[in-house]
Design a protein around this ligand. Structure first.
Ligand code: G3P
Length: 221
């Protein structure tokens, strides 16, 4: 399973990229807005730091604007995936851009039928938002299961990019289903690194080492 970071925060991107954890990045207008500053600089930097796919989202809502913006976004780098919303114009843009060899991520997917249509339009990725479904009392992970089954039935090449992930259990469940990608807020990736027994175990090792040093001050590794 590929791991993408769902952020436009350069510090977090560098931190996890240096650990070799990142296969790509997803951004959206909200994430760019949260960082402040000029979004162009952020998009330029991110596409330089990350070798894998970087999703950059259009803000136009009609077809010709999406095509123009998609092509402009693609100038940031060959690793740019153009993110379009799951609308009629978005699917038309997906079809055109994909036909020209520009990969597309169709975002704001909330139903299996939306995922099916995005795959038919040639999307490289579909982004189902599971946390937002959980928020309204629906089962987000059930959507991932349904999309996985549908894509497997017809051998669609479109990848399932699980978005709106809120906690580490979402990641485990998505991996068990066989989702292709999870895109994680930095805080979730941080939580995945940690376990209380790891901390306790390390503290004990270091305390025992100190005891040894007291008996034998020349002890070294
Ligand atoms: O890529 C954006 C998506 O992951 C949304 O997450 O937490 O705003 O629902 P959230």
């Amino acid at each position: 399973m590929k791991i993408f970071l769902d952020t436009a925060n350069l510090e977090s991107i560098k931190k996890f990229n240096d650990m070799g954890l990142l296969d790509g990045i997803t951004t959206n207008p909200s994430l760019l807005s949260k960082e402040g500053g000029n979004p162009k600089n952020a998009m330029e930097e991110i596409t330089k730091i990350i070798k894998g796919d970087v999703s950059l989202e259009v803000v136009s809502t009609e077809y010709s604007g999406m095509i123009k913006e998609g092509k402009r976004l693609r100038e940031y780098g060959d690793n740019v995936v153009v993110k379009v919303p799951m609308t009629a114009d978005g699917l038309k843009a997906c079809k055109s851009l994909s036909s020209e060899g520009i990969p597309v991520n169709v975002t704001l997917i909330f139903s299996p039928n939306q995922a099916l249509l995005a795959a038919k339009s040639g999307a490289k990725y579909v982004s189902p938002f599971i946390g937002r479904l959980d928020d309204i009392g629906q089962n987000g992970m059930h959507l991932i299961k349904e999309i996985k089954e549908i894509f497997s039935n017809y051998n669609f090449g479109t990848e399932i990019l699980v978005a709106s992930i809120r906690h580490p259990i979402h990641v485990v469940d998505a991996a068990k289903i066989g989702a292709d990608v999870v895109t994680l807020p930095p805080i979730v990736l941080d939580k995945m690194l940690q376990h209380p027994l790891t901390k306790i175990g390390l503290d004990n090792f270091l305390a025992d080492w100190e005891k040894l040093k007291q008996k034998n001050p020349d002890a070294t590794i």
